[in-house]
Write a protein that binds this ligand. Structure first.
Ligand code: PBG
Ligand code: ZN
Length: 328
């Protein structure tokens, strides 16, 4: 046979050994973060629609679930607390802080516990900040004050990381300053720095009880989350949060924004997280449930894409299924 130009590229695809040897992406369980939800005052754990194996937990079932997750090889968690009382100012963060304390008391250094910092599960209107008097815009600095208090409460309760997801201006600097002023300089700060306004948050908003209420003059989160049609803002946000002291940066959602993750992760040397959102995860599960895709291979392909695009860590509802789905 005559030698081909360009040379044959199928030679290194012909068997499993050579494919493994030439692979650059290796998924590992210690790159995955499992989100979990805990609600105050509910009768029992409630399944979250679309998210296989994810419940809105009670404080008791959260501990049991975490034990099971540890047995499944998961060690990193992102906690969302859903308190019963709702308020606009001087919000009481003690319910979620109490869950952080209980988890760290029980599991200590066996877990790395990040805690989401936002207002949307605590405000009566479901927005991620404090509304102005007219009710048509979020008051940035009042929101930042509340966020910093939440971050402090969670860090004092023992959270290894606090992760503000609100998208107010200046929150990273304010939170870092508050933590440092209170002897919490070891608490890691992970910023949802590049978070878009998206239709992919549906199951999450059920689980976190955090959808903007229909009667609010502010209908959606477009005035604070990023516009999918403008990528320059992603650069500005990443640069700003890095300069304000974010230890870890994030892109969210994941799959539709991998172009940005690819470029941003080359530009900014901070570690990058990608959030495979509830809607994205549920879409994959729905495809597999209809028999239209092989479930495990589907999840593996998508998680591989996140790593290839530059994510160091992946927040995914499937972390606790990783052994089953990914053979990890
Ligand atoms: C709220 C928050 C959201 C998510 C994490 N924190 C949704 C939103 O902005 O309404 C999304 C997570 C997901 O969909 O899995 N601050
Ligand atoms: Zn929020």
């Amino acid at each position: 046979m005559t030698t081909r130009y360009p040379p044959t590229l199928r030679r290194l695809r012909q068997d499993a050994h050579v494919r493994a040897l030439t692979r650059e992406i290796h998924l590992q369980l210690d790159q995955l973060i499992q989100p979990c939800f805990v609600a105050e005052g509910s009768a029992g754990p409630e399944a979250v629609p679309g998210l296989t194996g994810v419940n809105q937990e009670t404080p008791e079932s959260l501990l049991r679930q975490t034990e099971a997750d540890l047995r499944a090889g998961v060690h990193a968690f992102l906690l969302f607390g859903v308190p019963r009382a709702r308020a606009e100012r001087h919000i009481d963060w003690s319910f979620t802080a109490g869950q952080v304390r209980a988890l760290k008391q029980r599991f200590g250094k066996d877990i790395w516990l990040a805690t989401d910092v936002c207002l949307c599960s605590s405000t009566p209107h479901g927005h991620c900040g404090v509304l102005n008097r007219e009710g048509d815009h979020l008051d940035n600095d009042a929101s930042v004050q509340e966020l910093a208090a939440a971050a402090r409460a969670y860090a004092e309760a023992g959270a290894d990381c606090v992760a503000p997801s609100d998208m107010m201006d200046g929150r990273i600097a304010a939170i870092r300053a508050t933590l440092d002023a209170n002897g919490l300089e070891r608490t890691v700060l992970m910023s949802y720095s590049v978070k878009f306004q998206s239709s992919l948050y549906g199951p999450f908003r059920v689980a976190a009880d955090s959808a903007p209420k229909a009667q609010s003059a502010l209908r959606d989160r477009a005035s604070y989350q990023l516009d999918p049609a403008r990528s320059g803002d992603a650069w500005l946000c990443a640069g700003r949060d890095a300069a304000e002291g974010a230890d870890i940066l994030m892109v969210k959602p994941a799959l539709p924004y991998l172009d940005l993750l690819r470029e941003l992760s080359r530009e900014f040397p901070q570690p990058w997280a990608v959030y495979h959102t509830s809607g994205e995860f549920a879409a994959l599960e729905a495809l597999a449930a209809q028999g239209l895709a092989p479930r495990a291979a589907l999840h593996r392909e998508i998680l591989t894409a996140f790593r290839r695009a530059g994510a160091n860590m992946i927040i995914t509802y499937g972390a606790r299924h990783a052994r089953e789905l990914l053979g990890l």
